[in-house]
Ligand binder design. Structure first.
Ligand code: NDP
Length: 237
């Protein structure tokens, strides 16, 4: 028996980076995994073929599409909401439509997906949302909308933990610091600045985040809910 033998797992935003590592981890632990993608069809199809998981095109900016995908993937044992992005730049110059799209993907989709998952989830189910240490600490300018979106997840988890707790369904936020992905490559221009804030001066690996997600989804974490779990090399300490 593997840890998630025959468990049903949905990962929103699984084609690349942290999401792809989460897909691989649950597959290797025996789960039946479905994941969504929006822009990276080729990467999604390759990952699905390699792992035997199912890839579904669903834009997390489209609330009704997200709800439909969650509903049709259920009943779930585990929902992971990973899809998210940042818009960098001067808040006074930014396109409000781009900021509203960020809020739809980073805030609205996690909320509606979590509620829809809980509607049909088995008792004892697990919801894990990928936030960011920037929900706690934002040491640079130009990322206020991202920080807002990730701190909003904290209130969501605290509240929904109360709503879902009576059924043993847990909801937790995983808050990574710098992780080596396309969105934040370890050799990118911000490397030295980011590492200057950290006790462990390297980017984390997507697999390290996937390990924390797997623990939160597993049987040892049934008493852990409404909580933030930071994995950041002490970026936020
Ligand atoms: P990447 O940009 O490398 O990957 C993002 C993943 O999310 C891709 O699979 C992408 O799929 C998917 N995604 C993005 N937008 C959408 C959308 N609208 N609909 C469906 N899927 C979408 O990012 P990371 O792996 O670095 O980040 C993953 C999560 O971790 C995000 O929530 C991010 O905020 C968070 N995070 C990352 C950190 C880092 O340093 N890397 C630090 C802290 C938090 P596709 O390409 O197919 O659209």
């Amino acid at each position: 028996m593997t840890a998630f033998q025959d468990k049903t797992v949905l990962v929103l935003g699984g084609s690349r980076g942290i999401g792809a590592a989460i897909v691989r981890r649950f597959v290797s632990d025996g789960a039946k995994v479905t994941f969504t993608f929006s822009g990276s069809r080729e990467a999604a199809e390759k990952l699905a073929a390699e792992t035997g998981s199912i890839a579904i095109m669903t834009d997390s900016g489209d609330r009704d599409a997200v709800i439909k995908t969650v509903r049709e993937s259920g009943p779930l044992d585990v929902l992971v909401v990973n899809a998210g992005f940042a818009v960098f730049g001067d808040a006074l110059e930014q396109d409000p439509d781009a900021i509203d799209r960020l809020f739809r993907v980073n805030i609205h989709a996690p909320y509606h997906a979590s509620v829809e998952a809980a509607r049909q989830m088995r008792d004892g189910g697990r919801i894990i949302v990928i936030g960011s240490v920037n929900g706690d600490r934002m040491p640079v300018p130009g990322m206020a909308s991202y920080a807002l979106s990730k701190s909003a997840l904290q209130g969501m988890a605290r509240g929904l933990a109360r709503d879902f707790g009576p059924r043993g369904i847990t909801i937790n936020i995983v808050q990574p610091g710098p992780i080596d992905t396309d969105a934040n490559p370890q050799h990118g221009p911000m490397r030295d600045l980011m590492h200057s804030f950290m006790a462990i001066k390297r980017h984390g690996r997507p697999e390290e985040v996937a390990g924390m997600v797997a623990w939160l989804a597993g049987p040892e974490a049934g008493f852990v809910t409404g909580a933030m779990h930071t994995i950041d090399g002490a970026f936020g300490a």
